[in-house]
Write a protein that binds this ligand. Structure first.
Ligand code: GLU
Length: 551
């Protein structure tokens, strides 16, 4: 039976590249009626965090990628090849490690990190490629024993055979590594944990994994894995390495892109100290600015983006979720990053993917992540929903991220709000981002002195202000405050007061109640706000009066 696995290291949120690997493994297993496993590679004690592990599970859940075996999380759960956290499999690795030691193909090496760094620097100076010199191999047994008795920290290295190694990849074909290119790599770290290379090989074998689908950044690791499989007498699974994912500007899409965007904005504005309220101290600020490999924490990055008023690029699945993309759309788009159904079709659902997924349609060429296209897919999917389905999705989104809207609106008002936004929203955040004024207190609305507002309020004869003044008594006297009644009353009013040009009163009203020039259709907007709020906002807008002299 086909068995695939997704094996994230829980070092952060699930990013687009990881999600794409998971999706391909899942789709292939489902297509082949096989099993899809989830294994958490948490052997890097420094970098793993339990919370991140859970974030992964939540992101997969949201995308609708379910696993047959792995950490239990509301799916069919526990298979029979667990545990599925590598940190709980140390004994298994130890036994396999011992086999290699007994066979003389793994050995202890006692060099300190400083000694190794020095050797590396020396090689660099001589302009040579550094490779471990196997000095530990010439230690005699007594010395090794003495070091062990002293409790000297040491690693275990694998003795790489002196022959070429060939990786057969289902996408890329044969990749050949010549003898002597690989050094004796470490398979157990000084802290007693296996390295990624060793654990992954042991786990893939003991979990019966038949196919390894993963990103091309791992291709350089695969020869090591094949050598270990041969030394341990394991089968080699089928490998398929999927293209890297690039930004439209040609740079590799990376979790560091957010920091890149922030650094660029900081430089552009010439900020030389961390803005208050971002939780970044001066030292951290200067090292972050000067070292491109450093990243701000999630909260710090968000806070700084808020201060700089920029949008951070979405990289993690949770970013796309928060930005109002639909999971089925993201899943569709991820599938296209390195796979194609073979015809022109680009939009499809999960069932289609499962039915058609095959390794021979994985493409070699680099995948480009085009947010505009993703957004267009999202718009299409939103528009294809009927009104009820859209309201339900929008309400669920509000429950998760925009609770204030549910508190401020009755269920009927929320339905009107959803309906008023359905036509034009590209993401589920659009209605909320553009509709903050709905949940602001009446007294919080402000009217910035910008062209669009001046045009609506100060221009013309009569001006917008004067029209607002004139329509106010009519609105005050209106007994039925539904959108339909507002439409007919304001329409009639416009006929007699604006030569029938509704826009001349609609735009001043929009500006008065929202503080901006964009809102859902005006009658829906007024209905949702309610009569008292509309009158109060008009009154405040009139009292505020933009400076007409600057118009
Ligand atoms: N833990 C590795 C990662 O997150 C998995 C690589 C693999 O699939 O073998 O990149």
């Amino acid at each position: 039976m086909i068995r695939t696995r997704f094996a994230p290291s829980p070092t952060g949120d699930l990013h687009v590249g990881g999600a794409r690997s998971a999706l391909f493994c899942w789709a292939f297993a489902r297509h082949e009626a096989g099993r899809f496993l989830l294994r958490i590679e948490d052997t890097d004690q420094k970098r793993s965090s339990a919370a991140a592990g859970l974030g992964f599970l939540e992101a997969l859940d949201w995308l609708g990628i379910d696993w047959d075996e792995g950490p239990e999380h509301g799916t069919s759960g526990g298979g029979n090849t667990g545990p599925y956290f590598q940190s709980q499999r140390l004994e298994i690795y130890q036994a396999q490690m011992q086999r290699l030691i007994d066979a003389g193909v793994a050995y202890r090496a006692f060099e300190t990190p400083e000694e190794l760094a020095q050797a590396r620097a020396g090689a660099r100076q001589r302009k040579e490629a550094y490779r471990y010199d196997r000095a530990a191999l010439s230690l005699d047994a007594d010395t090794v024993q003495q070091y062990l008795d002293e409790g000297r920290p040491h690693v275990i290295r694998f003795k790489v055979p002196d022959e070429p190694v060939v990786v057969v990849d289902a996408v890329l074909g044969e990749v050949r590594i010549e003898a002597g290119e690989l050094e004796d790599f470490v398979i157990r770290k000084a802290d007693g944990f296996p390295t990624y290379h060793f654990a992954v090989v042991v786990d893939d074998q003991s979990m019966g994994v038949t196919h390894v689908l993963r990103g091309q950044e791992h291709l350089a690791n695969t020869p090591k894995h094949v050598l270990l499989q041969q030394a341990l007498g394991y089968d080699t699974p089928v490998y398929a390495h999927v293209s890297l994912i690039f930004n439209p500007d040609g740079s590799k899409m990376s979790k560091r892109d957010k920091d890149k965007a922030l650094r660029a904005a900081v430089r552009e504005r010439g900020l030389d100290a961390p803005p208050a309220g971002c939780g970044i101290d001066t030292d951290a600020w200067s090292s972050w600015l000067s070292d491109k490999t450093t990243q701000l924490g999630h909260e710090q990055a968000e806070a700084l983006a808020g201060v700089l008023d920029i949008e951070l690029p979405e990289i993690n699945v949770s970013d796309f979720r928060r930005a109002g993309y639909l999971p089925e759309v993201l899943l569709n788009y991820l599938a296209l990053l390195g796979w194609s159904p073979g015809d022109d079709r680009e939009q499809f659902d999960k069932a289609f993917l499962v039915e058609h997924f095959s390794l021979d349609r994985i493409v070699k060429s680099p995948a480009k992540f085009d947010r505009a296209k993703l957004k267009a897919f999202n718009l299409d999917a939103i528009q294809a929903m009927d009104a009820d389905a859209f309201t339900t999705r929008l309400r669920a989104f509000a429950q998760q991220f925009e609770g204030a809207f549910l508190e401020a609106m009755t269920p009927e008002q929320f339905e009107t709000f959803a309906g008023a936004n359905h036509e034009r929203c590209k993401t589920l955040t659009d209605p909320f981002d553009q509709g903050r004024f709905f949940v602001m207190a009446d007294d919080e609305i402000t009217w910035p002195d910008v062209k669009g507002l001046r045009k609506a309020l100060c221009k013309g004869d009569p001006t917008g202000y004067e029209r607002l003044e004139a329509i106010r008594p009519m609105l005050e006297g209106l007994s039925d405050w539904s959108a339909a009644s507002l439409e007919s009353a304001i329409g009639d009013w416009a006929k007699s007061n604006c030569e029938g040009n509704l826009g001349r009163i609609a735009q001043p009203l929009r500006v008065a109640v929202s503080g901006g020039t964009v809102s859902p259709p005006i009658f829906d907007t007024l209905e949702i706000l309610g009569q008292a709020a509309v009158l109060r906002r008009i009154e405040r807008c009139l009292a505020h009066q933009l400076n007409t002299a600057t118009s």
